[in-house]
Ligand binder design. Sequence first.
Ligand code: PEP
Ligand code: MG
Length: 315
Amino acid sequence: ARQARAAAPAGPGRLADGTPVPLLANLGSADGAIAAIGAGAEGVGLFRTEFLFLDAATAPSVTMQQEQYTRLLGAFPGRKVVVRVLDAGADKPLAFLTDAEEENPALGRRGLRALRAKETILREQLTALAAADAASDTDLWVMAPMVSTVEEARYFTALAHELGIRTAGVMVEVPSAALLADRMLSVTDFASIGTNDLTQYTLAADRLLGSVAGFQDPWNPAVLRLVSEVGAAGRSTGKPVGICGEAAADPLLAVVLVGLGATSLSMSPSALADVRESLARFTLDDAKTLAEAALAAESATEAHTAAKSLAADLQ
Ligand code: PEP
Ligand code: MG
């Protein structure tokens, strides 16, 4: 029942046994929407709002934000769009939001921590998003970056709901969030795993530093074990678990991530076709078998090699 490699399947993401795996796009501006839909994106799994305001000296007004979000949602009628509130700090400082004087900004007040310190900015962003949502027929989900405690998940979800967001979730980018995923998911609506930061924080290696780039490999079984925790929590709570880091763009790793419990995958639009084709070659049982093999390895290289040779056997 597996499709030949050459027959690139069109339409929504599916495993060979028909299990749907929605394939979504990572976007940083509404301009990429048409290309994303052309590449077969079923919606947006990560809209990085901080990219809209990298040059802004002052916080953007609610009206100005509402215009931007209305444009984005208008490009995806009837589809799901996951917007992330501002992820400022570390490699993406925003003049109006982040502290310039941190020695270790990746471990400082970034993401939700920065927003919470200036809650008006968070409230205004959620208000603008809710207004844009009310005027559209898009299925808007909103999530917070760099969540590291259950209390933060509870805080963000309650505030988003209070301001009119129907579906509010958290990114899992820090090992503590993955380890407590069951509790995180019991207080929020969904989780989305950011494998770029999850790998950086699990291996304690700066994701932008060339001299430690060898550590930044999401095939590392330590990272996969954390993903599997979140997948298990998704199953036990019945809540969706997406992946929106670069790992989802690796066609074989994408299958492994589904085997670990991911229910949707989001990536750069250019990666969608290859991932769609790869998913169509494996059943859910195959994906679980591949995931087991990768989890049992002791290194990223070993996990990748084991999955590759097993995948060849399964074809
Ligand atoms: C991630 O960390 O994997 C992620 C998707 O967020 P960003 O790359 O924007 O930090
Ligand atoms: Mg991140």
